[in-house]
Design a protein around this ligand. Structure first.
Ligand code: 2BA
Length: 107
């Protein structure tokens, strides 16, 4: 068994959740905050079988689209990069971690 941890944009989370539930996957939604943008994003926990990973990845890919966002330079300056112009970063899409589950207990 695996646990997929998928971090997606809040803008995509609603329809992605619906699509996953429609395909009968079990999902838990967490409200999270990205460290760089300090903006809300969504983390989905999906416990699944090894052979379901590919299909779940396809569902996430179809529902979490990448787009660009202009970020004020004050955010960058916290990291010591003193840009005078706002910068463009890619947001959306998904960052997915797949980890082994040693044991799953349902009581
Ligand atoms: P944030 O940390 O808010 O990052 C949002 C986007 O800002 C990132 O998109 C990336 O395009 C850019 N970015 C992040 N750190 C940067 C930096 N030090 N310098 C320049 N640009 C930077 P994604 O890479 O798609 O990440 C989206 C969200 O996924 C992240 O939100 C974070 O919450 C999570 N994430 C991504 N990689 C992670 C990792 N290795 N571990 C834990 N969380 C991760």
């Amino acid at each position: 068994m695996k646990l997929m941890i998928a971090i997606v944009s809040n803008d995509d989370s609603g329809k992605l959740l619906k699509a996953l539930v429609k395909e009968r996957y079990s999902v838990t939604k967490l409200s999270t905050t990205g460290g760089f943008l300090n903006a809300g994003n969504t983390t989905l926990l999906i416990g699944c079988q090894d052979e379901q990973i590919e299909k779940i990845t396809e569902v996430i890919s179809a529902n979490a689209k990448t787009r660009t966002k202009i970020v004020p330079n004050s955010i960058m300056s916290e990291f010591g990069m003193f840009s005078t112009n706002p910068i463009e970063v890619q947001v959306g899409g998904a960052n997915i971690f797949v980890v082994d589950v040693e044991k799953f207990i349902k009581l």
